[in-house]
Design a protein around this ligand. Structure first.
Ligand code: ADP
Length: 456
């Protein structure tokens, strides 16, 4: 590679199977243009002569299979070319997944039962899991597949905000270079905490519910079923973390586990799959190398990353004005405390502000309890539930819950419509002021609170 200087602009000539890696420093921005031939970022192809903008904190590789010429503008904190990448083993994995997709599709079109590959990526934090998921999904989409991407990383998830487990059905309209999942409409369950260890039972419950929904969706859509699922997980891989990972593997009927360069985890998951009963569907466990470009993040960077995800949810991605996603118009809404219900799932951290819903005396890890609005709610991120329907088909409204308990439990079992965050708690005027990413009434008066907080 060679670099020619010119007022912050640089031209790079990359050889085949090499990549330009960069990290954008704080308060900086960085631009990449593909001048000749072909290149991709986490599996998504760049268009020629198009400016791609990256904002502070972005850590990216522009990879080329056949060689290319790039231009970069402005400086990045880290900026270098690497010839040693694991992309060949990633594309080989992709080819094997494609074979399974073809098999599934041909069975399905004969009316037989089949599902495509259900892949789960496991490994320590910062081992390149999310990046591999992105590459595998993008390669599948480039071939016209519609895989389901499931993100179980409640700390650093990519689909919506931290504290959630989500699934999204991908197609060519949902992948973009600058924001990985721009136009996707996700299926989201609110777990409420940024670590699965806060309430492991609830985490298991939410993963199982999400898995049921994904299975249902795929049962009704042949292409989605054949394309299969790619699952990203969080980096907690020992003790309870490993137990929870095993639950994810079972709940989502995973048949291929990809382990990012972690010998112990690989051996443990391999032993699990060898111990499966003979009549159980086989499960393959494969070890893949982590890219040397994967950047280790400090605990503080991780916190900042989480805050940035929440900010993006309410305000849109940086540079949103140049992008395909609809602009957000964050709006303050005033809610009367008496006309909303704030609920908490999992009564384990019972405090004075909590009242059991109905007369339920026992608060289990997945039980719903009502939260009396108080200053504790300031800056809390709340999930907004879909309307809870009564047997007659009309929506339940706060104050008329007869069989309180059932309604409450239903709330915990449903995917959520979106999120708001509390900007003001007015105990005298009995009102909450919340920020919503778009104007208009909330879909229901039922809100879920967990431990996720955010302030500007
Ligand atoms: P994990 O999901 O295991 O935590 P990620 O895939 O998110 O790991 O990778 C950690 C960070 O490294 C991310 O910011 C990602 O964008 C960055 N990264 C991954 N691969 C590369 C690469 N080849 N070059 C530069 N940065 C990379």
């Amino acid at each position: 590679s060679s670099a020619a200087e010119g007022e912050d602009k640089k031209i790079w000539t990359l050889e085949k199977e090499s990549e330009l890696r960069f990290e954008v420093g704080p308060d900086k921005s960085f631009t990449v243009v593909l001048l000749e031939q072909s290149a991709e970022i986490f599996g998504v192809e760049l268009a020629v002569n198009t400016e791609y903008h990256f904002s502070a904190g972005a850590k990216v590789a522009v990879f080329t299979w056949y060689g290319c010429k790039l231009q970069t503008t402005r400086t990045a904190e880290v900026l270098y070319v690497a010839k040693d990448t694991p992309m060949l083993s990633y594309v080989n994995t992709h080819i094997q997944l494609e074979a399974r997709r073809d098999q599934a599709l041909s069975k399905l079109s004969k009316g037989e039962k089949a599902v495509g590959p259900r892949v789960l990526v496991a490994g320590a934090t910062d081992s390149g899991k999310s990046s591999l998921c992105a590459v595998l999904c993008a390669y599948a989409v480039r071939l016209g597949r519609t895989p389901t991407f499931v993100d179980l990383d409640v700390g650093q998830g990519e689909i919506t905000i931290p504290g959630t487990v989500s699934a999204v059905s991908l197609d060519s309209g949902t992948l973009s270079i600058e924001e990985r999942l721009s136009l996707a409409a996700p299926l989201t369950f609110f777990y409420g905490h940024d670590s699965p260890g806060e309430n492991p039972e609830l985490f298991r419950h939410m993963v199982s519910r999400l898995a049921e929904c994904v299975e249902q969706r795929q049962a009704n859509d042949r292409d989605a079923a054949a394309a299969g699922t790619v699952v990203n997980t969080c980096g907690w891989v020992d003790g309870l973390g490993l137990e929870l990972l095993r639950h994810c593997i079972d709940a989502l009927s995973i048949d291929i586990v990809l382990v990012m360069g972690h010998d112990k985890l690989y051996a443990e998951l391999m032993a699990d799959s060898e111990a499966l009963p003979d009549d159980a569907p086989p499960r393959t466990v494969v070890k893949l190398p982590t890219s040397g470009g994967v950047v280790q993040r400090s605990a503080q960077q991780r916190r900042q990353g989480r805050a940035a995800r929440v900010r993006e949810y309410f305000y849109g991605a940086p540079h949103a004005e140049r992008r395909a996603s609809p602009a957000l118009t964050p709006t303050l809404l005033e809610l009367r405390m008496d006309s909303v219900r704030v609920c908490r799932v999992g009564g384990t951290q019972l405090s004075g502000g909590l009242l059991p819903v109905g007369q339920a005396a026992l608060l289990g890890p997945t039980r719903v309890s009502m939260v009396k609005p108080s200053h504790d709610l300031l800056h809390a991120v709340l999930a907004v539930c879909h309307p809870v329907l009564k047997p007659d088909g009309t929506a339940l409204v706060p104050g008329e819950e007869g069989g309180l308990d059932d309604a409450g439990q239903e709330i915990a079992d449903c995917n959520v419509a979106g999120f708001v965050y509390v900007t003001e708690v007015d105990m005298v005027g009995r009102r909450l002021v919340v920020m919503s990413p778009c104007p208009g009434d909330l879909p229901s008066a039922y809100l879920l609170v967990g431990g996720i907080r955010w302030s500007e």
